[in-house]
Design a protein around this ligand. Structure first.
Ligand code: GAR
Length: 193
């Protein structure tokens, strides 16, 4: 049976798109569901285009019920992928999917992470501190923002003329290239459980 992927995303979903494309005709894995806290998120349209079902939830459902855990278990999900999802993951979900929840962050953690570090703020901080390089980090998720064990990092040089948009672009290129492949590798290593 194919391994099953659940994606959590709150925004545009360009990473979700790349993952859905990569696994569309994959022999060993498929995207089973897209979940979001944001009914306006463009990622819902992207999931629709791939005929992938979606589920919209609110804070109550996420933090005060077991609905999401039950939904993912019923779908026999093997791995949970956060792709631009900004809420902390609750204990019930962490317990139900130990070492199976993965996040991507558009900087070289442990620098430029933590609560409030998202979107352009990250790249602006990288620029403000005069870093010579930036990059992306793919990591396991725990109950703190951006603190789980690092799985993979990829980096690029910041050139003298690079502005925020350029840094964002370079990071996004790396995210789109590597995230699907890292997910594939993780699934390969997972036992059939
Ligand atoms: C991505 O760059 C991802 O690394 C970042 O949100 C963006 C979502 O873009 N995640 C975080 O900042 C998590 N702390 P997308 O919706 O186009 O995939």
């Amino acid at each position: 049976m194919k391994k099953r992927i659940a994606i959590f995303a709150s925004g545009s979903g360009s990473n979700a798109q790349k993952i859905m494309e990569y696994f569309k005709k994959h022999n060993d894995a498929e995207v089973a569901i897209l979940l979001t806290n944001n009914p306006e998120a463009y990622v819902l349209q992207r999931a629709d285009n791939f005929e992938i079902p979606s589920h919209i939830f609110d804070k109550h459902e996420f933090y005060e019920t077991d609905n999401i855990v039950n939904l993912l278990k019923n779908l026999q999900v093997n791995i949970i992928i956060l792709a631009g999802f900004l809420w902390l993951i609750p204990q019930n979900l962490l317990k139900a999917f130990p070492n199976k929840i993965i996040n991507i962050h558009p900087a070289l953690l442990p620098k430029f992470g933590g609560k409030g570090m998202y979107g352009d703020r990250i790249h602006q901080s990288v620029l403000d501190t005069g870093e010579e390089e930036s990059g992306i980090t793919i990591h396991f998720v725990n109950d703190q923002f951006d603190e789980g064990e690092v799985i993979y990092q990829s980096r690029f040089r910041i050139e003298k003329d690079d502005d925020l948009e350029m840094i964002k672009f370079k990071g996004q290129q790396l995210e789109h290239l590597h995230y699907p492949k890292v997910i594939e590798q993780l699934l390969k290593k997972m036992k059939d459980d």
